[in-house]
Design a binder for this molecule. Structure first.
Ligand SMILES: Cc1cc2nc3c(=O)[nH]c(=O)nc-3n(C[C@H](O)[C@H](O)[C@H](O)COP(=O)(O)O)c2cc1C
Length: 429
């Protein structure tokens, strides 16, 4: 399949405005403004069934349609926080082909008649954020951003904001707080961002992931039917799969949704190095449940619905692969350490629960664990799941419960219920 999102990535200076335009850049925005009303643009994106690539897979056109038409101030926020472990696709999109993302964001802004677009970049993307400001200025000079865009009478500015490097600020309501200069913590919902009172500065706001928006120019130029012809009916379009961990060829792979785990991991990414057996797969970074590398899993299609049916989630499609030498208790401990560190502390179940989970893992890895600790690992998540303002608490429970479910024997070795000595943590895992 020809690339859509990573198209032109081999053109070294596609990031330059003139080069982007010479390859058909900004034709999607021109077409949207000259040939379609805002309502028609929303309908095209609805018909394409584009689903958000930030993790939840929510239909993008539906999200745009929730914005009240009569609100005088509306915003589009581009979520470039990209802090999920194992995710590195938005960075590539923004670094290699930033105008494609700017164009997608401006089409979204036209569709909801936004007054401004904010790009929220994670703190570590400071160099990228600076370059992005220059690219936006180029688009402004060409009357594609700013006042009376292409003579349409619609005006919309675009700004870049740099976060301070917090995982929670990728969560849309914490992101909006951070953007407003408040503490980066989730908000109580409803009201949701699209509603009055729930968005940026409490005005109706669309928050979309970078990759989601990178799809939009192609959809406007080629139509919803062409987009739906890629992938599957419920999960249409291309997806960038980030592959890392124990894999021969780590990297970003743009492929149609619906290919199998096996095709992605073995055909495209070259399988596991050194002839080792694949043991565990994290399909959505640290936040989704780990899956065992069984034939049932490997032959399943990579769609939102089929990965959910397997008991995990496709999320942002960040595949972290673990070979046969990986100690799954150690791996889960690493992930719990991450979530404990990144818990913003607002909700007691998440703040306290991740702390207690980490203490249990410390005991296990120090050889002080008991069978009672395995019971605790199952009961503590029950005090977190569904009881927090955002999904970070649920995410933290996933590595614990999924490794216990699929690799219980490894936990039992740590507490003396099985004979074998625990494997040492594997370098590079
Ligand atoms: C703890 C947490 C972290 C998140 N991090 C990101 C992120 O880094 N990038 C992102 O696009 N979405 C992230 N999300 C999802 C956003 O809340 C939101 O669903 C997404 O930006 C919506 O865009 P989409 O509809 O285009 O997918 C995160 C969610 C949670 C709960």
């Amino acid at each position: 399949m020809a690339h859509i999102l990573l198209r032109n990535r081999d053109i070294a200076d596609i990031w330059q405005f003139e080069t982007y335009v010479a390859h058909g850049g900004y034709e999607g925005l021109r077409k949207a403004i000259k040939e379609h009303t805002p309502a028609e643009v929303i309908q095209i994106v609805l018909d394409s069934n584009l689903r958000g690539r930030g993790g939840a897979g929510f239909p993008t056109g539906r999200k745009w349609s929730f914005i009240p038409k009569d609100a005088p101030i509306k915003y589009v926020v581009v979520n470039a926080d990209e802090s999920e472990p194992g995710t590195f696709k938005d960075r590539e999109l923004l670094e290699k082909n930033p105008h494609q993302v700017i164009e997608g964001a401006m089409i979204a802004a036209y569709a909801i008649q936004a007054t401004a677009v904010y790009v929220y970049c994670r703190g570590e993307f400071w160099d990228l954020a600076h370059a992005l400001e220059e690219r936006i200025e180029e688009a402004r000079q060409a009357n594609l951003v700013g006042e009376d865009i292409l003579g349409s009478g619609w005006s919309c500015n675009m700004y870049v904001h740099l976060g301070a490097g917090a995982y929670i600020c990728g969560e849309e309501s914490a992101l909006l707080n951070s953007l407003q200069g408040l503490l980066g913590q989730p908000r109580v919902r409803p009201p949701f961002p699209a509603q009055m009172g729930g968005g940026l500065y409490y005005q109706p706001t669309v928050v979309n992931n970078v990759e989601t928006l990178a799809n939009v120019p192609w959809i406007i130029l080629n139509g919803a039917a062409a987009y739906k012809a890629i992938g599957t009916p419920e999960s249409p379009g291309p997806k960038i799969f980030c592959v890392s961990g124990h894999v021969e060829r780590p990297g970003n792979y743009e492929l149609p949704l619906g290919l199998t785990f096996r095709q992605l991991i073995f055909e495209h990414a070259g399988g596991v190095p050194n002839g080792k057996r694949l043991k565990g797969i994290l399909p959505s970074g640290a936040s989704g449940p780990v899956l065992p590398a069984t034939d049932e899993v490997l032959d399943a299609p990579l769609t939102y619905e089929s990965v959910a049916a397997l008991g995990s989630t496709l999320g942002s499609a960040s595949f972290i692969l673990m070979d046969e030498d990986t100690d799954m208790v150690w791996a889960a401990a690493k992930m719990i350490h991450f979530f404990k560190h990144e818990s913003c502390g607002k909700c007691t179940p998440c703040r306290e629960g991740t702390y207690w989970l980490e203490r249990i893992y410390e005991r296990l890895l120090d050889g002080r664990g008991t069978p009672r600790d395995l019971e605790l690992l199952e009961s503590v998540p029950r005090q977190i799941q569904g009881l927090t303002l955002c999904a970070l608490g649920d995410f933290a429970c996933n590595p614990v419960l999924s490794t216990l479910r699929h690799f219980r024997d490894e936990y039992e070795r740590y507490v003396g219920l099985a004979e074998t000595v625990p494997q040492a943590a594997v370098a590079g895992a």
